[in-house]
Design a binder for this molecule. Structure first.
Ligand code: SF4
Length: 225
């Protein structure tokens, strides 16, 4: 199949098969990192289960052929929970390549990203909260376009809030430099609590802060009162 017909076929495909079941499954892979042995096992199992193709980059999504669907017990079969792309809640933490193969990171961020994902991914909220972690100011995971962004710096971690992509993109603002991983973890938890209290379905964290004022947010997350 040439490139044009392949692109046409992909465009024509839909995420739902004729029987109404989903044709896609996106396993939750914390920080997007997987040992090669687990990846091989995952691919072998999914191939046996009929997967036709995979979308890489961002979240990994496996796709079944048109007319077929993912088995209802796919999570048990492959031993991974699925990513939840429903509107509300904390999304999987996005992480750059720091410590996996890039050595430019100015502070350690891999364990931090894994801890943030373990603690906060999947928390139910009315709004969507995306968290981006980058090892240096080059910002390969684009923390400035996330609701909460973290950038490794020689003296700690720059923390950003209020970014998002989508229909009305916003660039996050730096609001704090945390001295330790634990301080980042605590402040991210508070920022999510803030989103839980003040963000309704279509109101992202940045819009809520614009409405209520940055001081209101800082008083809450930095416990300044
Ligand atoms: S943000 Fe910095 S540490 Fe992370 S992958 Fe890019 S250059 Fe490397």
């Amino acid at each position: 199949m040439n490139q044009d017909s392949l692109l046409k076929k992909i465009e024509m495909d839909t995420a739902v098969s004729q029987n109404g079941l989903k044709r896609t499954f996106s396993p939750h892979i914390p920080a997007g990192i997987l040992p090669i042995s687990e990846l091989k096992a995952l691919l072998a199992t999914l191939e046996e289960e009929g997967v036709e193709k995979v979308k890489l980059g961002g979240e990994t999504v496996f796709v079944w052929p048109e007319g077929e669907s993912a088995p209802p017990d796919i999570e048990q079969i492959i031993g991974f929970t699925g990513n939840n792309f429903a509107f509300g809640g904390v999304r999987p933490v996005r992480m750059c390549s720091a410590e996996t193969f890039c050595k430019r990171n100015q502070n350690s961020v891999l364990q931090l990203a894994l801890k943030l994902d373990k603690l906060y991914y999947g928390r139910t909220l009315e709004t969507k909260v995306m968290i981006g972690v980058a090892g240096c100011q080059r910002s390969c995971s684009e923390p400035a376009t996330k609701d909460i962004g973290i950038i490794g710096r020689p003296n700690g971690y720059d923390m950003l809030v209020g970014g998002n992509a989508g229909m009305k993109p916003k660039i996050a603002q730096k609001f704090h430099t945390a001295k330790s991983e634990q301080e980042v973890i605590d402040i991210v938890g508070k920022a999510i609590d803030y989103a839980d209290i003040h963000c309704k379905k279509l109101l992202r964290l940045g819009a809520a802060i614009e409405k209520r004022g940055m001081d209101d947010f800082l008083d809450f997350v930095l416990e300044r009162l």
